[in-house]
Write a protein that binds this ligand. Structure first.
Ligand SMILES: NC(=O)c1ccc[n+]([C@@H]2O[C@H](COP(=O)([O-])OP(=O)(O)OC[C@H]3O[C@@H](n4cnc5c(N)ncnc54)[C@H](OP(=O)(O)O)[C@@H]3O)[C@@H](O)[C@H]2O)c1
Length: 324
């Protein structure tokens, strides 16, 4: 099968499209005929091995141990492992796996769900990492409640476009922060208020929010804290390196001082949340926003584009299968 492979850390040039063996399916795994995948910042961070703690997390200090990129996947079940009970060949699924940028990939069954019936494979592949991050950030870390004032910083990327819609479906009054060219699109996905960060700094406006989800944090943690209401919660998903360090190191300390909470989290792809998202998607409460589509052979281009940091929603990889 064709698969994207890399053997050294570096820029997108390290990615090669190679012919390799189909992966062997483990007992608790499902072999998926990949129809679409999507790219996430995690993919280019692992490819570059930067920041260095990424290498410590996954092993492979000098050379990558995981040589097959791609997490988000949608496709058809080709075969199932001996202990798999929830899927059978032919089922259409979406979720998280290893090595999604390939014609076939294996996934643990608990990280998959049936594909929403009304979604194409491309739309479904756009969902897992970004929408689960938005959901877990808002619901689990942010304890979102109906009627709250919620601000999403970085509202126009993969995580942000889902976060705006999920916050609306929880009944929040949502403010989206994005640049000028994304203002209309933020309104069209349901934001009640939109702040153009090139014209206005919401951390200086005096407005207070019950929950701030930073899909892309580019302010200091102290600025975010100032923009919180008395018992407000700040949840950081991603953003600049300084902001990540502040959220990890200073967040717990600041949370001890007063009633405002400052939190960082790592999303976890699981079946229950995929099924919940499937319900939201089938009800039309959330709709994936897709910016660009690239064929499997152009994963390097897709990652190069994503790494520029201004994708408008999700970037999807389409996988064609030759007739054999
Ligand atoms: N913690 C976790 O488990 C977890 C899970 C998933 C993702 N993440 C992290 O979350 C972050 C976002 O992921 P993503 O998939 O949404 O990335 P993405 O799609 O690459 O984000 C791109 C978006 O960021 C916006 N942006 C860039 N600079 C901004 C600024 N100064 N202020 C506000 N928005 C800005 C851009 O909007 P404009 O073009 O309008 O500037 C663009 O739409 C990444 O750092 C990723 O690593 C973390």
């Amino acid at each position: 099968m064709k698969a994207i492979v890399y053997h050294n850390y570096g820029s997108p040039e390290v990615l090669k499209c190679e012919e390799i063996e189909k992966p062997a399916v483990g007992d608790h795994e499902v072999l998926i005929k990949v129809r679409a995948a999507s790219v996430n910042p995690l993919d280019w961070r692992l490819m570059r091995g930067k920041p260095v703690f990424v290498r410590l997390m996954i092993g492979g200090l000098r050379k990558p141990k995981l040589t097959r990129p791609g997490v988000d996947v949608a496709g058809q079940v080709e075969a199932v492992g001996r202990s798999v009970t929830q899927f059978k060949p032919g089922d259409e699924v979406f979720g998280g796996c290893r090595g999604a940028f390939a014609e076939y990939a294996c996934a643990i069954e608990d990280r998959l769900a049936l594909k929403p019936a009304n979604l194409s494979f491309e739309d479904a592949a756009a969902v897992p990492v970004a929408a689960i991050s938005a959901l877990q950030g808002l619901r689990d870390k942010g304890r979102i409640q109906r009627g709250q004032k919620v601000l999403v910083d970085g509202a126009s990327g993969g995580v942000g476009t889902f976060a705006v819609q999920i916050a609306k479906s929880f009944g929040a009054e949502v403010t989206a922060v994005c640049s000028t060219r994304n203002v209309d699109s933020a309104r069209s996905i349901g934001a009640d208020h939109v702040i153009d960060y090139t014209r206005e700094d919401f951390t200086q406006s005096g407005q207070r929010y019950d929950l701030i989800l930073a899909a892309n944090a580019y302010h200091s943690i102290f600025d975010y804290r100032r923009a919180l209401s008395q018992d407000g919660i700040y949840v950081m998903a991603g953003g600049g390196g300084v902001q990540i360090l502040q959220a990890m190191l200073l967040g717990p300390l600041l949370s001890l001082m007063g009633s405002r909470k400052m939190r960082f989290f790592m999303a976890n792809i699981n079946k229950e949340d995929l099924v919940l998202l499937k319900d939201f998607l089938e009800a039309g409460e959330i709709v994936p926003v897709i910016d660009r589509r690239y064929p499997l052979s152009d994963v390097a281009e897709a990652l190069r584009y994503l790494e520029e940091g201004h994708a408008q929603g999700k970037v999807v990889i389409t996988v064609e299968h030759p007739r054999r």
